[in-house]
Structure formats: structure tokens, C-alpha cells
Write a protein that binds this ligand. Structure first.
Ligand code: ATP
Length: 139
């Protein structure tokens, strides 16, 4: 691809299919080692992602997507995010996320009482997904 392009293209895919596709002049993701802003012509990279929001900016416009883990690969001004699940802001069912949050909090409490680390770890991740969805939907 030619150098000095002013945009990069972003695609977010999950096992359910493509959740997002768009152009960006600043892509902001949360990697496991911190927040990362990617502008056009950034050096190639691959990084693991946290359960967090991904922000796709283009001029004054910004799309927010709840990305639930996975990884990002960037090269030749193409960013591909592969995640177990991801939802665009408008597609988030807030009531469902609130119920998932409540369920996860109850499971965490019980797992702490019964000293069940596997259940605790799963519930903590489920809680992070629910909170991420609620935060993205409320922005
Ligand atoms: P739940 O307990 O509500 O099913 P979950 O975190 O276990 O939540 P996932 O396994 O991450 O759900 O996702 C299963 C599918 O449901 C994915 O396609 C995901 O995008 C979708 N999904 C999950 N929660 C929501 C939500 N609150 N709004 C919209 N889509 C959702």
C-alpha cells in the first residue's frame, strides 16, 4: 500500500462475523500493556487486547465499540481486531448487560465464599465484559 495515506482502515471480526468496518485517522485500543493510539503509517504491530472500548476516530466523528479481549494486528494501514465478542455502541442491550453484571457479581460472591478459583476467574471476566458494555453504551 502507498505511504503517507491519511486514513487507515479498521475491521473488527468475531466468530459471529464482521462487527465493524470503517476508516480512521486515529484508532485507540486498550492493550494488555496499556492504551495504544494508532495513526496512519504507524509501524506494523500485533498486540493482545483487554476487555475494553475501542475508539475509531475520523475527523470529528468517533465510533465506540465494546471489544471483549482478543488481539489487534496492524500493517499497511489496515487494522484488524479479532475478538471473541464485540458490539457496536448502538447494538448493546443495556438491560442484558445489567443482568449479566448482577449475575457475575453474585457468582463472584459465592465463589469467594466457597473458595472456587476457576468459577471466580470466569465470573470476573464476565463482569468485565458486562461493565465494558454498560460503559460503552452510556458514552
Ligand atoms: P450474557 O451473559 O448476557 O450472554 P456474555 O458476556 O456471556 O453475556 P458473550 O458470550 O460475550 O456474552 O457473547 C455472546 C453473544 O452475545 C455475542 O455475539 C455478543 O456480542 C452478544 N452479547 C452479549 N451481551 C450482549 C449485550 N449486552 N448486548 C448485545 N449483544 C450482546
Amino acid at each position: 500500500m502507498a505511504d503517507n495515506q491519511s486514513v487507515l482502515s479498521v475491521s473488527i471480526v468475531t466468530p459471529d462475523g464482521r462487527v465493524y468496518e470503517g476508516d480512521s485517522d486515529l484508532l485507540v485500543v486498550k492493550t494488555t500493556i496499556g492504551e495504544l493510539g494508532i495513526m496512519p503509517n504507524h509501524v506494523p504491530l500485533i498486540a493482545s487486547l483487554e476487555v475494553d472500548e475501542t475508539r475509531v476516530k475520523l475527523g470529528d466523528h468517533e465510533d465506540e465499540i465494546a471489544v471483549n479481549g482478543g488481539f489487534i494486528e496492524f500493517s499497511d494501514n489496515v487494522a484488524t481486531i479479532v475478538a471473541d465478542s464485540a458490539e457496536r455502541q448502538d447494538d448493546i442491550d443495556v438491560d442484558r448487560a445489567q443482568s449479566a453484571r448482577q449475575r457475575a457479581e453474585e457468582t463472584i460472591k459465592k465463589a469467594q465464599e466457597s473458595h472456587d478459583p476457576d468459577t471466580l476467574a470466569r465470573a470476573e471476566v464476565a463482569l468485565r465484559r458486562a461493565i465494558n458494555r454498560i460503559n460503552v453504551a452510556n458514552h
